[in-house]
Design a protein around this ligand. Sequence first.
Ligand code: HEM
Length: 470
Amino acid sequence: MELLAIASILSAGLVLYVIWNLGRTTTVTHQEPAIIHQRIPFVGHLIGLLRNGTRYFSDVNAKLGLPIYTLPIPGSRLYIVRSPELVTSIEKNPDLDFAPHLIHFARTILIPSSSAIEALEYNIDGKAGSIGCRIATQKTMQTSIAPGPNLTPVQGIIRSSILSQLEISDLTHRASPIRMFEWTRHLVTLATTRAIYGKENPFENIKVENALWTVDEGFGALLTNILPSIFASRAHKARQVLFDYFAQYYKRDGLDGASQLIKSRYEVNREHGVSIADIAHFELSVPIALLVNTAPAVFWTLYFVYSDEVLLRDLRKSFDTLANSTASNEKTGAWKTLKMEDVTESCPLMISTIQEVLRFQATNANARGVLHDTVLDGKYRLRKGGTVFIPANEQHLNQNIWGLNAGRFDTRRFLIKEKNGEKAKRPTNGYRAFGGGSTLCPGRFLAISEIAYVVAFMASQLDLVPINNH
Ligand code: HEM
C-alpha cells in the first residue's frame, strides 16, 4: 500500500515535470528562430541526436535550409546555426560563451568533486578580478603545445614511436589482413601518449587504451547524465579505470618524465586548490582532446591517399624530391632519407590533403551557452540557458563559401593559388575543422603534424590493398 502511494506520487510528479517542460520548451518567444517540432513528443530530437550525432542537424535542415533554427529538448533549447554571417556575429557576442558547455562536460564526463567544479567555475569568464582555474588552464594548454620548444620534443617522440611501432608490426612481410581503423587508432594512441605522458605512460597498458575508447563510444549517453551507471554502464565503469590509472601515474612520479602540457596543467590545478584525486578526473579531458579527433583523422587521410592513385603518386614524388641521398652499399643499392620535419614544412600537397580531409569529414559542432537573453544580427532572439551549435559540415559544404565543388573531395583545394598575380583569399570563418574564435583548437599544430608523419611513413614505404573492397 505504502509502495503504491509512493509510486503514484512519483508518477504524478513526473507528469507535472513533463507538462512544465513541454510548456517551457515549445513556447516561441518573439523573434526566436523557427522551432522544429519533433515526431516523438518531448524527446524526439534527443533521440535523433543520440542516434545520429551532429549529422542529425543537417538531416533536420536539409529541406528547410534555414539560416538558424531551434530544437526544443527537455528543459532547454538548442539553436543550430547554418549561416556564415551568423557565425561571425556569434564569435563577437559576449553573451555566448563556451564556459557552460565546459562545465557541463566536467560535471557529466569528468565527475570530479563539487569543490573542483567550484574551482573551475570561479571567475570563468575572467570578468571578476584574478584569473580562475578555467582560464589559467586554457592559457597553459595554448602555450604548452604551441609550435616551439614545448612542441618540438613531443613531435620527436611521436615520430620515433611511429617508426618503432611500424618496425615491430613488420607490415612489409605481412600476409594476413589488418583492420585499418583499429590498427591506426592503436598506433596513434601509443605514439601520442608516449610523447605526452613519458616513461610512466598509463596507455602502455591496453586496458587503459580500451577504457578510453569505451568512454568515447558512450560519450553521448554520459553527457545526458541520465543514470549513467545503468544507461551508460560500460562507459561509466571505463572512466573509473582511467581515473584510477591517472591517480597511480601521479603517485609514481609520472610527471617527472611528462611533457610540458601535463606538467603545467598539473601545476595550474594545484595552484587553484584542486586535489590530486580531482586532477586525476580532470586528466581524462586530455586523452579525449588529444585522440578522439586525431586518430580518426589519421585513418581518413590514409583512406583518401590510398584510394587515389594520382594523389599517392604525387605525394610519393614530393617525398622523393624532399629526401636526401645519404648513402649506398652493394647489397641494398642507393637509398634516401626523408626527414619528417620536411614533410610538414615543405610538402604543401600533404598539408592541403590533410586540411581537405578535415573539411570533408568534419563531424564537430562548436557549442556556445547563452549566458543572457540576446539578439543576433538584430533579428534572432536567443533565450538564456539555451545552447548554440555551429555544425562544421554545414559551413564546409556551403557552395557560397567553397564554390560549386564544395561537396567534392579536392586534395588541392588548400594549395595557395594566385588570382590576377595576387594570392587568392581563403574564406576565413568557413573553415571550422578546429573551431574558431576564443576556443580555436590549441592542438591543431600537433594534430596536423602527427597525421603528416603517419601518412609519410606509410605512403613512402608501403602499398595497401583493400580486401573484398573493404
Ligand atoms: C584532428 C584533430 C583535432 C580536431 C579536428 C580538433 C577540433 C577541435 C575543435 C572543433 C575545437 C573547438 C571546440 C568548440 O569551440 O566548441 C577544439 C578545441 C580544443 N582542442 Fe582540438 N582538435 C583536434 C586535436 C586536438 C589535439 C591534438 C589537442 C591536444 C591536446 C586538442 C586540444 C583542444 C583543446 C584543449 C580545446 C579547447 C580549447 C579551449 O578550451 O579554448 N585538440 N578542437
